[in-house]
Design a protein around this ligand. Structure first.
Ligand code: C2O
Ligand code: CU
Length: 537
């Protein structure tokens, strides 16, 4: 028997053994992978890992982070330049098929959620899909969403807040032909700005409740949360765990005291609030209006002018600004201006140094010399954005009501906390239909009488906001934010202030299965303010 022939026989014997064991034969599997790979436009290995990075002068900070490795696709698909610990910016085009292998190098289980994307259920990062340390999860989906600023982050139940806080988050930017035809600022003039708040201890380490990124408990003395300094650490921790963690420093793209040089020309600023629980009320320091061109799910129909814009956790907003409006040498500050916060006890929550609703600077922009003296205007038509048609909903006359509730120290929706596979009849919808839902923050959601804002997010789709009403008792508080609420455009996360009721129109197309909806104030989510909804075929 010649060698060639013998090799073939051995190989087929191996294949037969594999078949007997119910495993795909090696050669057949390799062939299958090749065939599958033929349709894949982008292939990334995404490593979740522990690392140390320089954030502040002095000691490096221990973080958890995503690192990407591009195995297939255009060289500009992965951009690791944006931050010190933030994940790479992933840039894809609509209709591209993307394969992403999540490799868990963390000491605990995790899973990735593609926030805002319309993907099949096994690709959405439901907490039940968590993988343990050393394991791999393969995502394979086609990007069907419109151009926009989406993002990705972990979603293990009960630990999402901690994992994002220690650094796991990245932008997922989608472009399409409609957007490309607009001639919006691109390249260095298309600036992603990820806003986060963090607290560092004296050794430059991140403090999150009583946890540290190495797994051991952080030193009590390092945590300066509410009341901790008064020897009531347990109480402070408990409050922050329930109400939300606020950091005392603002980081932009992972850096403190952010300052950027800009040219006297038009820019697109893509803002993402990737903070755990902080809400921003964004405005220019000189009172110039903000020009809004996009929200969570991409471009608006036309630009809007606002004196300020509210940005709740997980929300995105695209601003258009031409710095030729100001003389060279001007220092512009994008700031968060004061508002009556959603956390009733204000400064006592998280850190007295920077309470909810306090004013602070976010980013400084130094306008350089040169450039044009004629500021440009943004395109007056941005995208095809149909008006929402609430009558499409099967329950147009009877919105489903979702009350945000708190009882026995756990958050819930209609009195129920998260339950891994649990879903109520109210939470069951039919594939191919539209529904109207109403989130009610009627004040039953407070603790010890405190009223809290919530940022309600629905997985797997983009919805439209079709109504917002407020109880008279809280209208003064809501009045300090009202003019900055952006209910236009496609949304996946919506701020619901104390006393507010917000109505949304949702369409359940393409993908059956179990998805979650929850508050994106991560400590609320981790403490049970999350539920499943089931799309039934
Ligand atoms: Cu960004 Cu379940 O969320
Ligand atoms: Cu909440």
């Amino acid at each position: 028997m010649n060698k060639q022939r013998r090799r073939i026989l051995i190989r087929s014997a191996t294949a037969a053994a594999a078949t007997a064991l119910g495993l795909p034969a090696l050669s057949a599997r390799a062939g299958g992978e090749e065939r599958a790979a033929a349709g894949i436009d982008v292939h990334i290995e995404l490593h979740a890992m522990q690392d140390s990075v320089a954030i502040r002068p002095g000691a490096q900070t221990r973080v958890w982070r995503y690192q990407g490795k591009l195995l297939r696709g255009d060289a500009d698909t992965l951009d690791a330049s944006a931050g010190t610990y933030l994940g790479p910016i992933i840039r894809v085009r609509r209709d591209q098929r993307v394969r992403i292998d999540l490799i868990n190098g963390l000491p605990e289980s995790t899973i990735v959620h593609w926030h805002g994307l319309h993907v099949p259920e096994p690709m959405d990062g439901h907490p039940r899909y968590v993988i343990g340390p050393g394991k791999r999860y393969v995502y394979d989906f086609t990007v069907v969403d419109r151009a926009g600023s989406y993002w990705f982050h972990p979603h293990p139940h009960g630990r999402t807040g901690k994992q994002i806080y220690f650094g796991l988050a990245g932008l997922f930017l989608v472009s399409d032909d409609e957007e490309a035809a607009l001639d919006l600022p691109t390249g260095p003039h298309d600036l992603p700005l990820v806003l986060q708040d963090r607290t560092f201890d004296n050794a430059n380490q991140l403090t999150y409740l009583s946890q540290s990124p190495t797994g051991e408990a952080a030193q009590g003395s390092q945590h300066r949360g509410m009341m901790d300094g008064d020897g009531m650490g347990g109480m402070g921790q408990m409050m922050a765990r329930m109400m939300g963690v606020l950091g005392r420093e603002i980081l932009v793209n992972g850096r403190p005291s952010a300052s950027l040089a800009v040219e006297r020309r038009a820019y697109r600023l893509r803002l993402l609030n990737a903070s755990n629980s902080r809400i921003y009320k964004l405005a220019w320091h000189d009172g110039a209006p903000l020009t809004v061109i996009g929200t969570d799910g991409g471009l608006l129909a036309a630009p809007l002018q606002r004196d300020y814009v509210m940005l709740a956790p997980a929300e995105r907003v695209d601003l258009w600004v031409d710095f030729a409006h100001w003389p060279a040498g001007t220092e512009m500050t994008l700031q968060s201006v004061a508002f009556e916060g959603g956390m009733g006890m204000g400064g006592m929550m998280g850190d007295a140094a920077l309470p909810d609703g306090a004013p602070f600077g976010v980013l400084k922009l130094q306008i350089q010399h040169g450039g044009s003296d004629k500021p440009a205007l943004p395109p007056q038509r941005l995208s095809r954005l149909p008006r929402p048609q609430p009558r499409m909903a099967v329950n147009f006359d009877h919105p489903k009501v979702f009350n945000i509730t708190m009882g026995m120290m756990t958050w819930g929706i209609n009195g129920r906390s998260f339950d891994m596979l649990g879903v109520s009849p109210l939470e069951t919808v039919k594939l191919g239909t539209h529904e109207v839902w109403e989130f009610r923050n009627d004040g039953r959601s407070g603790m010890m009488g405190m009223a809290m804002a919530h940022a309600m997010h629905v997985h797997g789709l983009q919805f439209r906001v079709i109504g917002r009403s407020v109880a008279a008792a809280t209208s003064r508080q809501q009045g300090t934010v009202r003019a900055g609420l952006l209910d236009e455009g496609w949304k996946d996360t919506v701020l619901v202030m104390p006393g507010e009721r917000v109505r949304i129109l949702l369409g359940f197309k393409d993908y059956p299965g179990l998805f979650v909806y929850h508050c994106h104030m991560l400590e609320h989510e981790d403490a049970g303010l999350m539920r499943n909804y089931l799309v039934k075929a």
